[in-house]
Design a protein around this ligand. Structure first.
Ligand SMILES: Nc1ncnc2c1ncn2[C@@H]1O[C@H](COP(=O)(O)OP(=O)(O)OP(=O)(O)O)[C@@H](O)[C@H]1O
Ligand SMILES: Nc1ccn([C@H]2C[C@H](O)[C@@H](COP(=O)(O)O)O2)c(=O)n1
Length: 275
């Protein structure tokens, strides 16, 4: 392929391999598991005492939250789910009976939002005005309403400000995931990655995650239609310049974690602490 640079690395000890193809459209990473499916990267702290921001974007159901949490655990980094912040604003507005079409009112609600958010991959907790809404913000009614909040530019301005403050408060050692992290929130991250998967894989995963309670039409609305609305204000379907792409359509959960860890190692060129 003209203008394409290929490279491949194999982990001699474990056998998992990572190959990348760079074109004018970016760098795609293909992960091939080793014999016996053993991971190439167990994951250990990297760049100890120095910033390590792993920015991950991708469409709905691509695995951002679950994969990012596991990567944060392995690298012992803080974890920030920025989508939870948009969901918290949507929950607050609906709870207070605000009209989501009233942009000024919704922006004011976001600016005043009393939000407590866990930044540990092991303790998911979202509290709004003293109410624990950790489970409530995942309900389909919030998934259906949240785009109206996320496409409000005043809301985005406020949440991006809070996200950057959280990054700074954690000494910039964090995995941050969302839709505009690689392009806006943390453009200067040490590692920038787009996690993708086919529409079919993403709807199947979301269906299983919701225990088979949703019809195909509802899943389409919550995954595909939501992405279409959200992509009017953030760019998460194509990797921006310098952003790696991992396509997890044909990878299982552990292989995807391994592929992302491989990208982190490739990007910061680090050896595990103590190695
Ligand atoms: N590679 C994978 N193979 C199989 N299942 C996966 C894989 N990656 C993630 N999953 C599962 O898919 C479901 C959706 O993943 P997750 O919630 O992390 O996606 P997301 O990108 O954060 O979605 P959203 O942006 O809508 O919140 C979860 O149940 C997760 O465990
Ligand atoms: N950085 C972000 C994070 C999320 N959003 C939007 C996209 C979704 O409609 C909503 C909830 O996100 P999810 O929990 O499904 O990842 O928030 C965004 O615009 N920018």
């Amino acid at each position: 392929m003209a203008g394409t640079a290929m490279s491949a690395r194999q982990d001699a000890q474990h056998g998992g391999s990572l190959s990348s193809a760079s074109t004018s459209e970016g760098t795609s990473v293909r992960y091939t598991p080793g014999p016996g499916g053993r991971p190439a990267h167990s994951g250990q702290p990297l760049r100890v005492g120095r910033p390590l921001v792993v920015a991950i974007d991708g469409p709905s159901g691509s695995g951002k939250s679950s994969i990012s949490k596991e990567v944060a655990r392995r690298l012992r980094l803080a974890y920030l789910d920025t989508g939870a912040m948009y969901r918290a604003v949507a929950w607050d507005c609906l709870e207070r009976g605000l009209d989501l079409a009233d942009g000024a009112l919704v922006e004011a609600a976001a600016r005043a939002l009393d939000l407590e958010l866990s930044t540990s991959a092991d303790a998911e907790r979202v509290v709004v005005r003293g109410h624990d809404v950790t489970a409530a913000i995942r309900e389909p009614r919030i998934s259906s309403a949240v785009s109206a909040v996320a496409t409000n530019l005043g809301v985005r301005d406020e949440l991006i400000r809070r996200q950057r403050a959280l990054l700074a408060a954690h000494g910039r050692r964090m995995v941050v995931e969302g839709r505009d992290i690689t392009t806006v929130v943390a453009r200067d991250a040490e590692v920038r990655l787009l996690l993708t998967a086919s529409e079919e894989a993403r709807m199947r995963r979301r269906g299983a995650q919701l225990g088979g309670t949703q019809t195909a039409e509802q899943l389409h609305e919550q995954v595909v239609a939501r992405d279409a609305k959200d992509s009017t204000v953030a760019s998460f379907t194509q990797a921006a310049d310098g952003v790696f792409t991992v396509d997890s359509s044909d990878l299982d959960f552990d292989q995807t974690v391994d592929a992302v860890l491989g990208v982190v190692h490739a990007a910061v060129g680090g050896r595990p602490a103590g190695a």
